[in-house]
Design a protein around this ligand. Structure first.
Ligand code: SAH
Length: 251
């Protein structure tokens, strides 16, 4: 399969989902409540915003200005469409960009947000790279997948260490937070439903439709198998790993 075809099939499956990773509004608000209120002049950056599900929660619940970045232009367009429909486009602007190569001036933001996307750069690399962008005492809130137990069943451990070799546990991630020059403000596990309701459940329906559209295409069926496998692993082993919010302040 060429890279172009793989990318286009991949985005065909993910297009039109309510969100592109685990999360829910209540968890975004719980994390936001740990951060000092942004005033009308507060500046926030939402990295890997996808179609902006959390961007809109942030914009509706704080008066500051949010720049949201994603490298997939159709997601950015959709995020901006939603913002216009909600009349928040003057304060919440999505832009096409690469979170690995941000060119904002130092101290540009009071708050950096990253739900379900820091895995793109890695937890530690993201924390280090983004810290200079925070104003003194600024906050960073990210979600990351973590082990819930030290000894997950081998099928689950094999799957996740192959898909995401950097998968770690909360204690190790908290040590990294400190080593990267932050004080931890709070951290909590997202509820199990945050994987399912707005993410895996609609994704599973998309996979079914996608399979029907590409019935005789082995490469497309194989891609559907791979994505379905992540959902199957979650059904079997969700007790053994979770998504966790980490809210921290530049020390
Ligand atoms: N925060 C959203 C999306 C999470 S999925 C939500 O929780 O729903 C991860 C997102 O990161 C995707 O939208 C993907 O397009 C984006 N992404 C992947 N690599 C990126 C990069 N290098 N720079 C910016 N965004 C990237």
């Amino acid at each position: 399969m060429t890279e172009d075809r793989a990318t286009s099939l991949f985005f065909e499956i993910f297009d039109g989902l309510p969100r592109q990773g685990p999360g829910d509004e209540a968890s975004t608000l719980k994390a936001l409540a740990l951060v000092p209120a942004l005033g009308p002049h507060g500046r926030a950056l939402d990295l890997g915003c996808g179609t902006g599900s959390q961007t809109r929660v942030l914009a509706r619940n704080s008066p500051g200005r949010i720049v949201a970045i994603d490298n997939h232009p159709p997601f950015v367009e959709e995020a901006n469409r939603h913002a216009r429909a909600l009349n928040i486009a003057d304060r919440a602007e999505a832009r096409v960009g690469d979170m690995r190569q941000l060119d904002f001036a130092p101290h540009s933001f009071d708050l950096i947000w990253c739900e379900g996307a820091i895995y793109v750069v890695g937890f530690e690399a993201g924390l280090r790279a983004w810290r200079p962008l925070l104003a003194p005492g600024g906050h960073l809130a990210v979600t990351e997948v973590c082990w819930s137990t030290p000894d997950p069943p081998s099928e689950c451990a094999t799957f996740w260490t192959r898909e995401y070799p950097a998968i770690s546990d909360p204690a190790t991630l908290l040590t990294i937070v400190t080593q990267c020059g932050y004080d931890i403000v709070g951290h909590f596990a997202l509820p199990t439903a945050a994987w399912w309701d707005d993410y895996y459940a609609p994704l599973a329906r998309h996979i079914t439709d996608f399979r029907a559209r590409h019935r005789d295409e082995a490469d497309a069926q194989e891609l559907a198998d791979q994505i379905q496998r992540e959902i199957d692993i979650w059904h079997a082993y969700s007790d053994f790993y979770h998504y966790r919010f980490f809210v921290m302040r530049a020390a």
